[in-house]
Design a protein around this ligand. Structure first.
Ligand code: DX5
Ligand code: ZN
Length: 226
């Protein structure tokens, strides 16, 4: 994975058919996804449960691009090796998940995986100021984590602040929640380069009829290019 700041669309399989994850990953990549975003929830850090490391390992062979694992779990550290072994390219942990995010990020990189740090909407940009040399990605949540299909919360001022703080460092800014052709241009203009989109990508399509995935991804890209 070489670093580049060009725009990337990362469909979240939270909005895919749970009985068909392997085929869904392959279908959405064939339709133009740049990364595949995998939302891990524990029913404790967030009020919803999805899946764990075994599921990530099972879908890994079906992902040719980047497996971008978003951990909405607390505690984090004891599970890092499991997700690394499952083949995650990036593991993102929340700054709110515990008192020792610095140690968590050290452990992720120590496991040979790229490290991301995520911020809930209520958490200011400054909380990651001391972490920017030890991460590959900052994820700005534009919904309160836990569910797909929620309404976008405008965090463009935070994205702009982070973009400035990051400077020349090879650190991606990822946006997660409520991204669609209306909201994507706002965050892209503010400096984000990875856009997670669940419902806006998977709506209207299926494994047997994946063309809508491609049209949905294209609609997001075209809205930004406009
Ligand atoms: C929210 C998840 C998101 C979610 C985005 O907790 O982290 O990745 O799947 O879904 P949409 O794009 O539907 O808001
Ligand atoms: Zn996510």
């Amino acid at each position: 994975m070489t670093f580049d700041r060009s725009l990337k669309i990362a469909p979240s399989i939270l909005a895919a058919d749970f009985a068909n994850f392997g085929a869904e990953c392959a279908a959405v990549e064939a339709q133009g996804a740049d990364w595949v975003h995998v939302d891990v929830m524990d029913g404790h850090f967030v009020p919803n449960i999805t899946f764990g490391a075994a599921m990530c390992a099972a879908i890994r062979p079906h992902i040719k691009t980047v497996m971008d694992v978003h951990l909405m779990i607390a505690p984090v550290d004891r599970f890092i090796d499991d997700f690394a072994k499952a083949g995650a390219d990036i593991i993102t942990a929340h700054v709110e998940a515990g008192p020792h995010i610095h140690r968590t990020l050290q452990a992720i990189r120590g496991a040979g995986v790229k490290a991301g740090v995520a911020l809930n909407p209520g958490t200011p940009a400054e909380t990651v100021a001391e972490l920017l040399d030890m991460v590959d990605l900052v994820c700005v949540m534009t919904v309160n984590p836990g569910f797909g299909g929620q309404q976008f919360i405008d965090m463009t001022a935070k994205v702009r602040a982070l973009r400035k703080m990051i400077g020349d460092r090879p650190v991606h800014i990822e946006i997660d929640g409520g991204v669609d052709p209306t909201t994507a241009p706002l965050v892209a203009a503010a400096g984000a380069d990875v856009l997670v989109a669940g419902s806006a990508v998977f709506k209207g399509g299926s494994v047997s009829d994946p063309a809508p995935y491609g049209a949905n991804i294209k609609a997001i890209r075209e809205a930004i290019a406009r």
